[in-house]
Design a protein around this ligand. Structure first.
Ligand SMILES: O=C(O)CCC(=O)C(=O)O
Length: 275
């Protein structure tokens, strides 16, 4: 898949195409502080106490309170929407959430993010913006370079990904990405990645959103169980910032589930062919 001139910066665009990820400055110190304060105000308003075990790894997308999810998404999108044109040509923001690890928070397992538009061949990406310096000690993200080059796989809720059988090999070949406060780690939606535990005494707050082509709708692929999981219902997320399974979403179409397992030697060949 050719990434074309997607990112504004040519060198970073090359990295996104070759390795599947890149890092760039996005927020200044005052903006980082403003984002932290806005998120903290939401935590207070919704009674989320940072010291609680359940809040050690705070992932707003997993919260059952949709108003809370929407409030977090608003903060993230208000910051990201005016800035995405600095990042990418012809892209807009979708979704919006917080991934924050207090000291002692655990890891996030090996995964890749959900396919984000109705055309799965379209290039979409995650913007993961650190709100404090993130490194190996406090649970930064680890990427498997080149893993975005596997095509034809759809990821959505409840989908077992093609790489689920060899996490150990993936972890061994992944690279931790150090990201400074205010920098964004930008990675292709198909990238295989994970994050380590926060073994430091420092929090690791971060914001998350997606970049999708301006002309596309934000979509989610839901396995159609009536079809025995052989098909996906492609649902329209563009009118909402959060995924609420209890709310019906407009149907954009149906797509055959052609996911196939890719054995580790095959994936290893793909990631070894870094241009
Ligand atoms: O923030 C983390 O530790 C994990 C984030 C992640 O996996 C993602 O942004 O897709």
């Amino acid at each position: 898949v050719d990434a074309g001139a997607i990112l504004v910066d040519p060198e970073r665009n090359r990295d996104l195409h070759r390795h599947g990820f890149t890092v760039m400055p996005l927020l200044d110190q005052a903006e980082v502080e403003g984002a932290l304060a806005a998120l903290e105000a939401i935590h207070t308003e919704f009674g989320r106490r940072t010291g609680d075990d359940a809040q050690k790894f705070r992932v707003s997308y997993y919260d059952t309170d949709m108003d809370y999810q929407r409030a977090v998404a608003r903060v993230v999108r208000d910051l990201m929407e005016p800035r995405i044109s600095r990042v990418a040509n012809g892209y807009k923001v979708a979704a919006g959430g917080e991934f924050s690890k207090a000291p002692g928070a655990g890891e996030m397992g090996v995964h890749s993010d959900f396919t984000a538009t109705a055309d799965p061949h379209e290039v979409t990406f995650t913007i993961w913006c650190a709100l404090a310096d993130a490194d190996e000690t406090n649970g930064t993200l680890c990427m498997l370079p080149g893993s975005h080059k596997v095509s034809g796989q759809i990821i959505g809720p409840g989908v077992t990904p093609f790489f689920s059988k060899y996490e150990k090999e993936i972890r061994a070949r992944s690279v931790p990405v150090r990201v400074k406060a205010g920098e964004a780690l930008i990675f292709r939606t198909g990238m295989i990645h994970w994050s380590g535990a926060n073994r430091s005494g420092r929090p690791r707050p971060a914001m998350h959103c997606l970049g999708i082509p301006e002309s596309s709708r934000h979509a989610i692929y839901l396995l159609n169980c009536d079809a025995g999981g052989d098909r996906f219902d492609v649902r329209d997320m563009s009118a909402t910032t959060v995924f609420d399974p209890s709310q019906p979403l407009p149907l954009l179409g149906s797509r055959r589930n052609e996911n196939r397992p890719v054995p580790w030697p095959e994936l290893e060949r793909v990631i070894s062919q870094l241009g």
